[in-house]
Design a binder for this molecule. Structure first.
Ligand code: ZN
Length: 204
């Protein structure tokens, strides 16, 4: 919440409780500064709700600590239910960028912009529906016939084409753009190029 929002909040509070906002102008300025410093992390809408909650339960004039205490409780609760549902879109080798992306994801959860991810629930569902079928002899024989061992590619099939993102030649692994480290996976555009090449080969 910024200073303007604090002024707006205090104006709203003064409508329901004339004991909170200072009458003297110099005191008002000091009060706005104090509230703005205390509530810097608290979104305006949340503060408004917290004020309403306070007056539903208490006859005392609302203070910044009443709002921040409720904010901490809610933020902690939201984070306890949150686990990163997926890695951020940032390159994991770009440590600063990765941390920033992680932090943005978490702060979106804390402020309520994003719901907490229910990773455990999702995984539990996957575990029940996807069960690897046991490989029988007929399956193994058919697979061996389709992919003779010597011809089987050493990595993902898109390694067969050049990567347009990092410039890795066919047969070479992708490298991260920031630090040039070998990646275990490949860039999405390389998968796309491989897919397109296959489609063209199939229609030719
Ligand atoms: Zn690449």
């Amino acid at each position: 919440m910024d200073t303007q929002e604090v002024i707006r909040l205090l104006a709203e509070i003064s409508l329901v409780d004339d004991r909170v906002v200072k009458a003297d102008e110099t005191e008002q300025i000091a009060q706005v500064r104090l509230w703005a410093a205390a509530l810097i992390d608290v979104p305006f809408d949340f503060a408004g709700e917290a004020v309403g909650r306070h007056y539903a339960e208490s006859a005392w004039p609302v203070m910044p600590k009443d709002i921040t205490a409720w904010w901490r409780t809610v933020a902690r609760d939201r984070m306890a239910r949150h686990a990163e549902r997926r890695a951020p879109d940032a390159d994991p080798d770009d440590v600063d960028g990765y941390v920033l992306a992680l932090r943005a994801d978490r702060s979106a959860v804390v402020t309520g912009a994003e719901p907490p991810a229910r990773v455990r629930a999702e995984l539990a569902r996957v575990g029940r529906t996807i069960e690897p079928a046991p490989a029988n002899a007929g399956y193994l024989a058919a697979k061996a016939a389709m992919y003779p061992k010597r011809d089987r590619p050493a990595g993902p099939p898109e390694l067969g084409v050049r990567c347009p993102t990092c410039g890795a030649d066919a047969g070479r692994a992708c490298r991260t753009l920031h630090r040039g480290r070998v990646m275990t996976g490949t860039h999405p555009d390389r998968k796309r190029d491989h897919f397109v090449a296959q489609q063209e080969a199939a229609s030719a």
